[in-house]
Ligand binder design. Structure first.
Ligand SMILES: NC(=O)c1ccc[n+]([C@@H]2O[C@H](COP(=O)([O-])OP(=O)(O)OC[C@H]3O[C@@H](n4cnc5c(N)ncnc54)[C@H](O)[C@@H]3O)[C@@H](O)[C@H]2O)c1
Length: 312
């Protein structure tokens, strides 16, 4: 009989700090690049125009994971989260189900971690201030991760009330769109319905982690701008089919050889930034290996947390 540990969102946040998520996601990108962890591409189950469901499996470190998660961008207007669902963690030696975790909390921790990991890996040597566009659940997580790394954060959201509330709660500075977009390291976490970076807008030496456009029809950067800058992604297979990259690939201006995976840079198999004047962009669609890293980090801490356990 399997005894399954349940992690609410709050339990996930108590178990895993932004810094712990950052470290775990860093290791996961390297393990995946080396072929030690595996991950079939995520499956999208469209429920358009309102949103979509995603099934995301991964295998690594003796465990298997499945995340069943949503993106319903209109939900906040109804008082519901955009991203919600469940993460299942199993023992990969005998298949035993070990834990079920709130997918929103796992997603936020690993998304903030990947955004900041890419930004710091690809930053110019003089980069200092971070800008975050979108102060929703996942934008807040990115801002929190930058703060945990000791950076000053300029946070912008078109919803001014939300921007001020989140900035005040976490210790970021509320900022105009222009101020946040001009930071040395920028993370965008909007619903991806508007272009934030038009042609010629990313300045020399600047880095942008594009996190919001993680599904069909979404875009945070113009195709011409992607063709002009140095491009990195989390996973070519996923990003070229569902991220910002899909538009540039469809237009024929980007091909596989023009795009470097972050894991290859972290594993030392590919070059990151080549000089301080290069403009760099990281396109993320979100990987199940990131979720596995955070789920494992939470599971490690389960004994100290007095969590509910259920026999199946
Ligand atoms: N790449 C990944 O790994 C990953 C992970 C999680 C979520 N996402 C995606 O990120 C997006 C945001 O997710 P969330 O859960 O934070 O959503 P959310 O609804 O909680 O927050 C989105 C925020 O963006 C703000 N916003 C919208 N348009 C804006 C604009 N043009 N300028 C400034 N602010 C703007 C909204 O006011 C809102 O506060 C979604 O598209 C989601 O699918 C990607």
């Amino acid at each position: 009989m399997a005894r399954v540990i349940f992690f609410s969102g709050d339990a996930v946040r108590r178990a895993v700090s932004p810094q712990r998520a950052y470290d775990g996601v860093h290791e996961a990108f390297i393990a995946y690049a080396r072929g030690e962890w595996t991950m079939p591409p995520k499956v999208y189950v469209p429920a358009y125009p309102v949103g979509d469901f995603r099934a995301m499996p991964a295998l690594g470190a003796g465990h298997a994971l499945l995340k069943w998660v949503t993106s319903f961008p209109g939900n906040p207007a109804k008082g519901l989260p955009t991203v919600t669902g469940l993460v299942l963690l199993s023992d990969a030696t005998d298949g035993t189900l070990l834990a079920a975790l709130d997918a929103g909390a796992v997603t936020a921790l690993r998304t903030g971690a990947a955004a900041v990991l890419a930004a710091e890996t690809l930053a110019s040597s003089s980069a200092s201030v971070a800008g975050v566009i979108g102060a929703g659940v996942n934008g807040e997580a990115a801002a929190n991760t930058f703060l945990a790394r000791g950076r000053r954060v300029l946070l912008h959201d078109r919803d001014e009330e939300r921007m001020r509330a989140v900035a005040g709660r976490i210790g970021a500075e509320a900022a105009s769109a222009d101020e946040a977009l001009a930071a040395d390291l920028v993370v965008t976490v909007t619903p991806g319905r508007e272009i934030l970076f038009g042609d010629g807008s990313i300045r020399p030496g600047q880095h942008v982690s594009l996190m919001g456009a993680d599904g069909p029809g979404k875009q945070e950067i113009a195709v011409g701008e992607l063709a002009r800058v140095r491009v990195f992604c989390d996973d070519w297979e996923q990003a070229s089919h569902n991220g910002d990259l899909v538009h540039a690939v469809g237009a024929g201006v980007l091909r596989r050889e023009n795009v470097t995976e972050l894991g290859a840079v972290l594993a030392g198999d590919a070059k990151g930034r080549r000089n301080d004047d290069e403009s760099t962009v990281f396109d993320s669609t979100g990987l199940a290996i990131q979720d596995l890293a955070v789920a494992l980090a939470a599971y490690e801490r389960a004994d100290g947390l007095d969590l509910p356990r259920l026999d199946l």
